[in-house]
Design a protein around this ligand. Structure first.
Ligand code: ZN
Length: 171
């Protein structure tokens, strides 16, 4: 297992649309494991391919106390309800905002072994899936905010990013 390098906003390929997998090869089980390891190393609850430099339609997630999951070529078939809840992002650490999301969704995806799955997700799990799905579309959570909050959060991130990059060069 390996902890992968995280891509920070707005670096490539975070803001472009990720490409679907044509087939699920055996290497994807290993990638899913590495992505989960990386997600846990940074105390996240979800991680998408573009966040580790892979512009492909894959993400992993694990609710607190939940089972780890890997979704490949996911589709959100239904969305219902709307609720605001706090979100952060490993591509934009230390910045948090209340983001509106559907409270119930229906999802279809392949797992890391290529097996099709379809299920319903609610509340926090639905929130994680919508956040990670957005990453595959090149969308980050500030894009879901009103323009004034969005600008404020991006400015906040600019300051944090500078500090992180300075700390990294000092090491
Ligand atoms: Zn994120």
């Amino acid at each position: 297992m390996a902890v992968l390098d995280l891509v920070l906003y707005p670096d490539h390929p975070l803001t472009v649309k990720a490409v679907p997998y044509e087939s699920v090869g055996s290497e994807l089980a290993q990638l899913a494991e590495d992505m989960l390891e990386t997600m846990h190393a940074y105390a996240g609850v979800g991680l998408a391919g573009p966040q580790v430099g892979i512009s492909k339609r894959i993400f992993v997630l694990c609710e607190p106390e939940g089972e780890p999951m890997c979704l490949i070529n996911p589709e959100i078939l239904e969305m219902e309800g709307c609720e605001e809840g706090e979100e952060g992002c490993l591509s934009m650490p230390q910045v948090f905002a209340n983001v509106p999301r559907a409270t119930r969704i229906r999802v279809r995806a392949l797992n890391e072994l290529g097996k099709p799955q379809e299920f319903e997700a609610r509340d926090f799990l639905a929130r994680i899936i919508q956040h990670e799905y957005d990453h595959l579309e090149g969308i980050l959570f500030p894009d879901r905010l009103d323009i004034i909050t969005r600008e404020a959060k991006l400015q906040e991130w600019e300051t944090v990013r500078k500090q992180l990059l300075e700390a990294a060069t000092r090491r």
